[in-house]
Ligand binder design. Structure first.
Ligand SMILES: Cc1cc2nc3c(=O)[nH]c(=O)nc-3n(C[C@H](O)[C@H](O)[C@H](O)COP(=O)(O)OP(=O)(O)OC[C@H]3O[C@@H](n4cnc5c(N)ncnc54)[C@H](O)[C@@H]3O)c2cc1C
Length: 545
């Protein structure tokens, strides 16, 4: 099939908050920018489905507090150099969003976008950024799945295909920014859009670049798990949480039973809440893999609360005030990812990365509202640094043989016969079952080894058959393939970390072990499989007490 050749100075892969912010900044430096996105720019991203809340040193929160909170919440596994950048630049980068048409309301220690409602509050960020990016001349390559990066010792472009027409593309670029988001779709219970399949992790890994902290996947403690209804994160308001509405199957109030602090549930203590709820379920006091949100005794004064109204919209027809709703932790954000330095450089010259595709900022547990702040701060940095790199890099020719070879991955899935064994949908759901059952919130050596074996079996039996005849199906096939690799990476890192820390909860090693584990786990592709190394965390300011 003919391949369309495209040239640009900076190629940004990903149309969420990080990719859009990177594109705008690169363009403002005066270079040509092309933004590639699997869907229309901004859609099907976590950013658009987000709550639109950012944490930063507004009001009484000082930069020092912000730094300390990020590190203590991250259980000291954060790269402190990256956190210094986050904290230093957050306020100015957030206020600058107003120049791009984003409307913000500023609170104490946070700000949020206004005028957008659940479940797409992030639209208040994403729609203005898309509009602004277009207005300053960022070119969009939409509905295009990038499948591989091109490199000749430095990053010089990428290949992919249009998921509607099937047309293949080869993009030559002087610098590339990966902003492909996370991969919470490896889990059966998750609140991410379906396209969040860790494609960027796979592209970086395949080039031999290190991934950091992949064992840390943050779950939100409460999400809908009512059969027949969609999964959504639930941010249950304090006034309702305090009423003892979260119950196990014995009707016990989980919050009171474990002395959980409702004020911290969605900010710094997501790990504690999630792990506690998961343990209730693990010890047999759940219903299946859920607990109950029992609103039967909700006082009349709270029955019209906006949360209750949104919930009845989401669970249309469900008798909310009469019957308990099944709720459970949901996979929410990847904390680990591609390793970067303060300038968003990866280990491959010319390749930059930002947003949820990267690791290191949040450590072992993320502060609520800090992922979007990260996107804005590091998105801008990656765009600026990529543009600077592009300005000093002569135009590079794309190696046609490399293009052809990289696109074989697409041709292969298109060329395969359809079979139930190779159905991308079935492969994805099998990965999700394995991961949620054996490598979800609660992990152990045994469950992780079982996960590894089940994934290996899937790889051997199903992967060679995964097919996708039509362009859209080819995308799903490649996504299933990517999910399988990402799942294996998470399992490998989780097996290696023989302690519990933040969102990584090993029931066989229930305590943190600072003596041995103030370390990052780094994964790289080796000839024999996944290479695992450890590296001490970078401490610039805050040492373990
Ligand atoms: C329901 C929900 C609510 C949240 N609320 C908040 C909040 O209020 N505050 C906060 O700080 N964080 C929140 N988060 C987390 C935060 O939204 C994400 O971490 C952040 O938006 C990630 O932004 P990103 O740009 O890195 O990735 P995304 O916004 O996920 O964008 C990734 C982009 O990459 C594209 N892409 C992926 N692979 C490819 C490929 N192969 N080729 C081309 N394009 C590709 C996708 O199509 C998408 O456009 C929330 C997350 C969820 C799921």
């Amino acid at each position: 099939m003919a391949v369309k050749a495209i040239d640009t100075d900076v190629l940004v892969i990903g149309g969420g908050g990080a990719g859009l912010r990177a594109s705008i900044e690169a363009r403002r430096q005066g270079v040509e920018v092309l933004l590639a996105s699997k869907t229309l720019a901004g859609l099907a991203s976590c950013s658009i489905f987000s709550g639109g809340a950012f944490t930063a040193a507004f009001g009484t929160m000082t930069k020092e507090n912000h730094f300390r909170t990020t590190i203590t919440t991250g259980k000291l596994i954060n790269d402190q150099g990256l956190v210094e950048v986050l904290v230093d630049e957050a306020v100015s980068r957030l206020l600058e969003l107003r120049e791009f048409g984003v409307k913000l309301s500023i609170g104490d220690g946070s700000c949020r976008v206004v005028d957008c409602s659940f479940p797409m509050q992030g639209a208040g960020l994403i729609h203005p950024l898309v509009k602004y990016a277009r207005s300053i001349g960022v070119k969009m390559l939409e509905n295009t799945m990038i499948t591989d990066l091109l490199s000749n010792g430095t990053a010089n472009g990428a290949v992919g295909f249009n998921v509607l027409s099937g047309e293949r593309v080869a993009i030559g670029a002087k610098a590339v920014v990966l902003a492909t988001g996370g991969a919470s779709q490896i889990y059966r219970r998750n609140d991410n859009p379906v396209r969040m399949t860790g494609d960027g992790y796979v592209m970086a890994y395949e080039l031999g670049l290190p991934l950091i902290d992949m064992e840390f996947v943050q779950c939100l403690p409460t999400g809908t798990a009512e059969p027949g209804y969609p999964m959504f994160m639930l941010l249950i308001p304090l006034a309702i949480l305090e009423l003892g509405v979260l119950q196990n199957i014995k009707g016990e109030d989980i919050v009171r039973k474990h002395g959980l602090n409702p004020k911290l549930v969605y900010s710094t203590h997501r790990d504690v809440w999630t792990n506690t709820i998961a343990k209730e379920i693990y010890e047999g006091r759940g219903e299946g893999d859920t607990i109950l949100l029992n609103l039967a005794k909700l006082p009349e004064s709270l029955q019209k609360h906006p949360f209750i109204q949104s919930l009845s919209e989401l669970l249309k027809g469900f008798p909310l005030l009469e019957k308990p709703v099944h709720v459970t932790p949901l996979a929410h954000t990847f904390i680990g990812g591609i390793q970067i330095n303060e300038n968003c450089e990866t280990a491959l010259p010319g390749l930059f990365a930002a947003g949820e595709a990267t690791g290191g900022v949040h450590g072992a547990n993320r502060v609520g509202g800090s992922a979007l702040t990260e996107c804005v701060v590091f998105g801008a940095r990656s765009g600026k640094c990529a543009a600077e790199k592009a300005k000093t890099t002569p135009k590079k020719t794309v190696d046609e043989r490399q293009v052809e070879q990289k696109l074989e991955r697409v041709d292969e899935v298109v060329g395969r016969e359809a079979s139930s064994m190779g159905s991308p949908e079935l492969v994805r759901s099998r990965i999700q079952e394995i991961m949620w059952g054996k490598a979800g919130v609660i992990r152990s050596q045994q469950s992780l080894i079982e996960a590894k074996e089940a994934l290996t079996q899937l790889r051997e039996e199903r992967l060679p058959r995964v097919y996708g005849k039509k362009p859209h199906e080819a995308m799903e096939a490649l996504e299933a393939t990517n999910l399988l690799l990402v799942a294996s990476l998470v399992v490998e890192a989780a097996l290696t970390r023989t302690e519990s820390r933040g969102v990584h909860y090993r029931i066989d090693y229930p305590d943190p072990d600072d003596k041995n584990w103030l370390q990052h786990i780094m994964l790289t592709k080796k000839f024999e499989g996944i290479g695992v190394e450890t590296r001490p965390v970078k401490i610039t300011k805050l040492s373990p007490s």
